[in-house]
Structures are given as structure tokens and as C-alpha cells.
Design a binder for this molecule. Structure first.
Ligand code: UDP
Length: 233
């Protein structure tokens, strides 16, 4: 497959066209941003970790019946994916209170939620990804009612599979963000699943093994990313 012109450059990835119109070529970068782009930096080899981790997880989820955009791992930093149209909704799933949820509801970080919490945010950097609900999604035509039902079904399936998968690797899945796209009329999981988009705590020590180490200047950022990947391999 030939890599053609760049279509889009995001904060963490570059997306290129290929000679097949339904396939994109993704290159994962080491650039890190937080707080809606206010904090910027580099996490050495983050791109390699996020690319390989996403590939491993997408392949696992496919075996559990979750369709994903993943096509093929090319090398440490690059993969081929299905050319989806991303739905402008960030889907957040939470098992344990942390980050903005802990702040918003006055919960101690680490409080186990009695039920899994699902949130939607409107994917719009200029607005700072505001939280929305099903009514906003419908009123703004961000997705159809049927697409929303599919997204919810997959989000809970993904959470169940990921919790079990990480537990077996001595990691607590605190929360994560996923994005879906439409490919040939079907909703499928897209974007990435990585320490950038998940909160992952060591099961014994609660040591943070994710982007919070960068956001909060906790040090050992690169080591934490490598540690997660090594536990998955
Ligand atoms: N998250 C993300 N991208 C965003 C916002 C959140 O990947 O633009 C992830 C974040 O890493 C965490 C989960 O979604 O795993 C919940 O994040 P939260 O709403 O607590 O926001 P944060 O505290 O990260 O600003």
C-alpha cells in the first residue's frame, strides 16, 4: 500500500491517504498535549507505545465481537486503518472516579463507582470538548438515535473486555475515552486506545501508568508507557 498526501494532522497522529480510497495510513507522534493544548511536550517513544498498544487491543476487541478500524500494523509507529468518518462525540467510560469526574462531583480520586458511568462530550477543541447528553446529540444531529444505541452497546462491551484484559495484567482500568467512526454505513471503533486515552493504575500500588504522569508532572512518564506495553506483550 502506498502512503500518499497527508489528510490531517492531529495532536498525537498524522493521517495519510493511501492508493486505496477506503484505507488510511496513520503515523503516531511523540507530541503530548494536555488541558486542551495549553500544556505541550514530548514523551519519548510514546508514538511507538500507543500504536502498538492500540493494535494489540483492537485485535483483542475484534475477537470479542467489537468491530474496529484496525487493518494492519506496519511497524512500531504506523498502522493501516479503515477510512472512517469520525463521529464528533468523545465517549468516556468510568469505573473509578478520577480527573474531571472526581472534581465535578466532589469524589475522592479512587472511589469505585457503583455503576459504570458513560459520558458524551462534543468533540470540539475551540469549545474545550463540553459534556453533552443524548438530547444534545440528537438536537445537533451529531449522530442518529440508532448510532447512539450502537455506540452505547459497544462502549459497555469494550469496557467489560478491557477491565478483564487489564486485570489479568495487574492493571486497574480507571476510565477511558473512545471515538467511533462510520465505515460503509456501520459504526465501528476508531482512534486509539492507549495510556494517552485511558487511566491505568497498577493493581497493587495504584501507581499511575498513564498520561496523568505528564499532566501532573509526576515524572517517570516514558517508563510508565513502556511498562504498560510490556505488560500487554
Ligand atoms: N480523555 C482523553 N481525551 C480528552 C479528554 C479525556 O483521552 O480530550 C480521557 C482521559 O485520559 C481519561 C478519561 O478520558 O482517561 C476521562 O477524562 P476526564 O474527563 O477525567 O478529563 P481529564 O481529567 O483528562 O481532563
Amino acid at each position: 500500500m502506498e502512503k500518499l498526501e497527508m489528510l490531517y494532522e492531529g495532536k498525537a497522529k498524522r493521517v495519510y491517504k493511501t492508493n486505496k480510497p477506503d484505507i488510511f495510513h496513520i503515523v503516531y507522534k511523540d507530541d503530548a498535549t494536555a488541558f486542551n493544548g495549553v500544556k505541550k511536550g514530548t514523551i519519548l517513544d510514546k508514538g511507538a507505545v500507543n500504536n502498538q498498544m492500540s493494535a494489540i487491543i483492537f485485535e483483542m476487541l475484534e475477537t470479542k465481537g467489537v468491530p474496529t478500524h484496525f487493518v494492519e500494523l506496519l511497524n512500531e509507529r504506523e498502522m493501516l486503518v479503515k477510512a472512517v468518518e469520525i463521529l464528533p462525540i468523545e465517549v468516556i467510560v468510568r469505573n473509578i472516579a478520577a480527573g474531571s469526574l472526581a472534581k465535578r462531583l466532589g469524589l475522592d480520586e479512587g472511589t469505585v463507582m457503583n455503576e459504570t458511568v458513560l459520558e458524551f462530550c462534543y468533540k470540539n477543541d475551540d469549545l474545550g470538548d463540553p459534556m453533552i447528553n443524548d438530547y444534545h446529540v440528537a438536537a445537533m444531529k451529531l449522530a442518529t438515535a440508532e448510532q447512539v444505541e450502537t455506540i452505547k452497546k459497544y462502549a459497555f462491551m469494550i469496557n467489560k473486555e478491557l477491565v478483564t484484559y487489564f486485570e489479568a495484567r495487574n492493571i486497574k482500568l480507571v476510565d477511558f475515552k473512545i471515538e467511533f467512526g462510520v465505515y460503509k454505513g456501520e459504526v465501528i471503533l476508531a482512534d486509539e486506545i492507549s495510556p494517552d486515552t485511558c487511566r491505568l493504575w497498577d493493581a497493587e500500588t495504584d501507581k499511575k501508568l498513564d498520561k496523568d504522569r505528564f499532566r501532573r508532572d509526576l515524572g517517570d512518564v516514558e517508563d510508565a508507557y513502556q511498562e504498560v506495553l510490556s505488560r500487554l506483550k
